[in-house]
Design a protein around this ligand. Structure first.
Ligand SMILES: O=P(O)(O)OC[C@H]1O[C@](O)(COP(=O)(O)O)[C@@H](O)[C@@H]1O
Length: 345
């Protein structure tokens, strides 16, 4: 991926690598002529919570905050202590500033109505993604989507404020707690990545205007579930092997997505017997990454349609996910279509 430190973005503004996140947010506010600064403050609040969660994940082994919490979440998954800690930290950060009226979280059964009708934004969040990797020191992440509410400010939140298609996102991003900690986000004007400098407690612009390679030679899928795959997925993965693609699967969506975004590749989590509608959640996993992917020139689909076009029907609804370099996603879709046609012959 080429980095042009002074590459002007879509609004013609040029940012140098090393710009602090705070300064970048301030400068980018001009992308929104009538901006009130609330979205900017919300992004800052998310960054602050990410710094705290970063500290907690770094010292999890020492602070006895590894391991299970002893409860299951609405998905029936065993909550890890860090899942709960991250959820609390982001909940606090999102509810303190007054910009947010409602939160959808992987760790909360129902919508968290902040009883703040003057709040303009709805946030959907996966506080800690990659739970199966928390205790074994492998990269994990946070994923967030931000929507402007549909109903008038001052009125109670309604279903229509929550059940918005991904195409309505005003911002989305993820934090990767890896060998270094990064925050990558978009507000619809390109994708920018910031690296956390722990000693200074600051995020600095390190990856301006990320553009995903249109193709690549990496595929990421849990091959242990091959028996459950539909024919189109099987034939596509066979073709990847035929072409000597590298199989890379960390088992943390954020980490797999981030690698493929920078190097070129495709991540696939199709429907399986255990998860006939896919495993990943539309509102707080797939939508955010799909927005970032498209802003970086990549693609995201459920195998039939664009992820961002899906109108949600339930809070924790799952979706199959094919996401990554545009040509690879197109190729996978082609295999799925072909298999469907062959099945009807
Ligand atoms: O273990 P599997 O079935 O391959 O699933 C791994 C996938 O599930 C996830 O862990 C789901 O996310 P959570 O950890 O937030 O539940 C993704 O990060 C990852 O890509």
């Amino acid at each position: 991926m080429k980095i042009n430190p002074y590459q002007p973005d879509q609004s013609g503004m040029a940012y140098s690598v090393g710009t602090t996140l705070d300064r970048f947010i301030k400068l980018k506010q001009s992308d929104f002529p009538f901006a009130s600064g609330e979205l900017s403050q919300l992004l800052r609040d998310i960054a602050l919570a990410a710094k705290i969660v970063n500290r907690e994940t770094n010292r999890a082994g020492l602070a006895n905050i590894g391991g299970a919490f002893g409860q299951t979440n609405v998905q029936g998954e065993e909550q890890q202590k860090l899942d709960v800690i991250a959820n609390i930290r982001f909940m606090r950060a999102l509810s303190k500033g007054g910009e947010v009226c409602a939160i959808v979280s992987e760790e909360e059964d129902a919508v968290v109505d902040l009883q703040n009708n003057s709040g303009k934004y709805v946030v959907a969040i996966d506080p800690l993604d990659g739970s199966s990797n928390i205790d074994v020191n492998i990269s994990i992440g946070t994923i967030f989507s931000i929507y402007r509410r549909k109903t008038p400010i001052g009125s109670p939140i309604q279903q229509e404020d929550i059940m918005q298609p991904g195409s309505e996102q005003v911002a989305a991003g993820y934090v990767l707690y890896g060998s270094s900690t990064m925050l990558v986000y978009t507000t619809g004007f390109g994708v920018n990545g910031f690296t956390y400098e722990t000693s200074l407690g600051e995020f600095f612009l390190s990856h301006p205007q990320i553009q995903a390679p249109t193709s690549g030679t990496i595929y990421s899928i849990n091959e242990g579930l091959e028996k459950d795959w539909q024919d189109g997925i099987k034939s596509y993965v066979d073709q990847c092997k035929e072409n000597r693609f590298a199989a890379r699967y960390i088992g943390s969506l954020v980490a797999d997505f981030h690698r493929n975004l920078l190097k070129g590749g495709i991540y696939l989590y199709p429907a399986t017997k255990k998860n006939p509608t896919g495993k990943l959640r539309l509102l707080y996993e797939a939508n955010a990454l799909a927005f970032i992917a498209e802003q970086a020139g990549a693609k995201a689909s459920d195998g039939k349609r664009r992820i961002l076009d899906i109108v949600p029907e339930s809070l924790h609804q799952r979706t199959p996910l094919l996401i990554g370099s545009a040509e690879l996603v197109d190729e996978a879709m082609h295999h799925i279509q072909l298999a469907k046609e062959q099945a009807t012959i």
